[in-house]
Design a binder for this molecule. Structure first.
Ligand SMILES: Cc1cc2nc3c(=O)[nH]c(=O)nc-3n(C[C@H](O)[C@H](O)[C@H](O)COP(=O)(O)O)c2cc1C
Ligand SMILES: Nc1ncnc2c1ncn2[C@@H]1O[C@H](COP(=O)(O)OP(=O)(O)OP(=O)(O)O)[C@@H](O)[C@H]1O
Length: 182
């Protein structure tokens, strides 16, 4: 897997997934698996486009669930070809949805896979509908756990605070944040 610590990767064709992916829970992993499978079927590279630090931690001082090197290590195990790690700072956060779309166009994605709640651009102005005006977008239905609740990094942060580690393992689908697979 090739790692790009700027957001200037250019490809002729690709399948892309985008997100903070903090903690790499079962919802994130479903998106990454779909991206890799689809890329292999079509014979084009798979790309995970992520942010460091996670926007929620930079903008709202939320706890970071995993380091960028742990994230890279786990993403690599899933057979991803390229990972872009955009430096999320004030200047980056101020980009408009259209600025971001122009960057993603450099990847020439045949398909972009995101979850229903994906947002992007200054003030979270871009959503899946805006993205779909410019790209072929697949919206992965929410992955939920047994009680029907949506799995999210926010929920995992809350469970960690209460030390509910069994439930954390369940949402991650593996024994700990760092461990690769069960
Ligand atoms: C170019 C760009 C600018 C962003 N600016 C903001 C912002 O101003 N405020 C905010 O809360 N989030 C901002 N975000 C974060 C997104 O809303 C979102 O959290 C991020 O794209 C990760 O998606 P995910 O939360 O679905 O993983 C920005 C994201 C991108 C790509
Ligand atoms: N449970 C889920 N099922 C399917 N897709 C998901 C799920 N949770 C997040 N996603 C998608 O994964 C990508 C990364 O999302 P993100 O990193 O914001 O995760 P999150 O768990 O929603 O985080 P947070 O709780 O901090 O907002 C986005 O495209 C998002 O829509």
């Amino acid at each position: 897997m090739k790692i790009y610590e700027d957001n200037e990767l250019k490809l002729m064709s690709s399948i892309v997934t985008i997100g903070a992916f903090d903690g790499l829970h079962r919802g994130h992993l479903a998106l990454i698996e779909r991206t890799v499978t689809c890329a292999k079927q079509r014979g084009v590279p798979s790309v995970v486009y992520t942010f460091d630090p996670p926007p929620r931690s930079f903008l709202q001082q939320k706890q970071i669930l995993m380091s960028v090197s742990e994230k890279v290590e786990l993403v690599k195990k899933y057979g991803v070809d390229h990972i872009v790690i955009a430096n999320f700072d004030q200047m980056y956060a101020a980009k408009t949805p259209l600025d971001f779309i122009h960057e993603i166009k450099l990847l020439h994605p045949q398909q972009i896979n995101v979850g229903p709640n994906f947002t992007f651009g200054k003030g979270k102005q871009g959503d899946v509908n805006v993205l779909a005006d410019h790209f072929n977008v697949y919206v992965q239905p929410f992955v939920v756990c047994e009680d029907g609740e949506i799995i999210s990094s926010t929920r995992i942060r809350g469970l960690m605070e209460k030390n509910e580690l069994e439930q954390v393992k369940n949402l991650l689908g593996r024994p700990s944040l760092e461990k690769i697979k069960i």
